[in-house]
Design a protein. Sequence first.
Lengths: 393, 402
Amino acid sequence: DTSLAEANSFSPSMPISPSSMINQYKFEDEPELKDLFITVDDPESHITAIETFITYRVVTKTSRGEFDSCEYEVRRRYQDFLWLKSKLEEAHPTLIIPPLPEKFIMKGMVERFSDEFIETRRKALHKFLNRIADHPTLTFNEDFKVFLTAQAWELSSHKKQGPGFLSRMGQTVRAVASSVRGGVKNRPEMFTEMNDYMETFSHKINVLDKIAHRIYKEEREYLNEMKEYGPIHTLWSASEEDIADSLKGVASCIDKCCKATEKRMAGLSENLLPIIHEYVLYSEILMSVLKRRDQIQSELDSKVDALANKKADKDLFSDGIGKLEDKVECANNALKADWDRWKKNMQYDMRSAFTHVADNNLHYYEECLATWESFLASQRVEHHGEEDSEDRP
Amino acid sequence: MEDCLAKKMEITVSEAEKRTGRNAMNMQETYTAYLIETRAVESQNEGQCSPVDSLWRRYSEFELLRNYLLVTYPHIVVPPLPEKRADFVWHKLSADNMDPDFVERRRIGLENFLLRVASHPVLCQDKIFYSFLTQEGGWKEMVNETGFQLKADSRLKALNATFRVKNPDKRFTELKHYSDELQSVISHLLRVRARVADRLYGVYKVHGNYGRVFSEWSAIEKEMGDGLQSAGHHMDVYAASIDDILEEEEHYADQLKEYLFYAEALRAVCRKHELMQYDLEMAAQDLTSKKQQCEELATGTMRTFSLKGMTSKLFGQETPEQREAKIKILEEQIQEGEEQLKSKNLEGRDFVKSAWADIERFKEQKNHDLKEALISYAVMQISMCKKGIQVWTNAKECFSKM
């Protein structure tokens, strides 16, 4: 099953090169051939008279024939990723284009260029490119190839070609207009179901996002209090003799539990939070994909209506309608296939993310358990020691 | 410990009841009454069950008993009562005295107090204490008749002594210092513990939100539905588990609180020593000055300035007869003073000896109890971890089925 393998085969958290990705891939069981490996790393700050921005290094290793070389290294900034995404949306209006990290993060106190922000963005950009690479259709997109291989000036000149800003605006306006009209008359049942599903999914994933953030916040507050709690026992032990060791033991246990809590929090922020966030973005993407499909359909519908009213120029029209009918059928099929693929990936991602959360919590409790059990054992040994000495003559 | 009352008598505070009555100013008040049950322990006849005696007492009567013990046995570290008002509470617990959880914990604390007194080698033999447990009517009058309130040292006097005593026993100075530290560190610990409990409660409860979302989400999923739904259930279990965990921890906090209040009892013994020492020093000083006066009068020399000396110089010296009379009075006073000093010295030494014996007993009890408390804390943490492992193992299984 290709889709499951794809989701599995890259991890943006580890700063590994495409070569080691290839090596890692070789050890996996899936027999599918992956011939495009991409990493995003090495953020660098650029300061010009007008602005400051970050570029990321994008390294590509490939064995595909259509690539002139087998290795490429380019620098890209966030704007370039935005450009790529819009080109892909333009070329494939009813395919599910992976989400890009947002321009700014509203919640939290993350500064625009803080290390944390840059690292989170880098990981998301890495995932973005790899998801495209794993997509059966998008991976062969020409703009994608240019993005991966062109030097800075080549990319600039390539960007200037093709339909400009206004035509993209036009498409957006039409899409919005068609949604304002309140959906489409002849929408196939399947897409209505998809729409209903996405509305509920979107709501639930947003609630999950809030819950996950709330849990992280509560854990952090708990950690802060625990950090103060442990040392009090050490302070106390300074005025005691007999129970000083026990007190110090408790302090040490609490300290170890603090470290375990930090690990648990890291697990959340590195795994669950980003994935849920991606699917929040995905739910928006999917809603707009469905709208675009509706819009393509309504183009056809309005032409069919026009034909029914205007009896003249039937031949011209029917030819045009035939093309539109093809267009609609293509769009529907593409979306259907991509939808199935997306659902499978979503299922995999959610299962893996939540299993990871469970593992995280298990490790946390197991570590804490071991700490307290070892403390308890040490206390009981002392106890027995005292009892033995009483028995001795 | 063979004469100890606790071995001969089973004592429990078994119930608490809300009552209404009229107070001293004839205003209606609500209070809680506690049922004290006592039963003689028959060690020989195991089959027989001796009858249970019982009577009701309210908190203020416990306070009266304790105040009596404090005054009557100043050399004993008198066990403390549970707190009058709920303190160191975290948000979920109510600070209301009428709250059933608070009343329950107070009931346990009062029982603990009685058992502490009953197992103390000295205190358990006190008649007033025995009557407190067994005599329903007229107990208050009995206590007041002992006149213990009159024997109580004034706080002002005690405060004075603290600052003016010159040669306190070093051990008591150290002990006072220790009790200050103990009080400070335990209050700090209890305050932070309450905050930790608050935060832990938050972490667990937020997980409960998963349950509802998973359930709603599972409605639109085909393959993932079952896994989500059942995982949600385990998240609910996880969220609910914190209530019992924290309730158990309250008992641990109560154990620490007892020693927080014991610190005050330790200080009371130290204060008594300071007072006695101060009294002694004052008496010695007074004796010395009288002896000096006597000497001056006898030899006619004036070594130290005195108003009397000046006035007699100004207005003429007194007659030899007057002088003789004065000397005689002083000599009597000196003799009295010396005897008083002797007995005060003896008293002081006895006090130090018996107080220190009880303090040693207290230290051992404290070390044992606190160690046990810390062990019980570890046991609670272990239980919490095991519950966590179970829930997340179950949840993991559900997630893997998604």
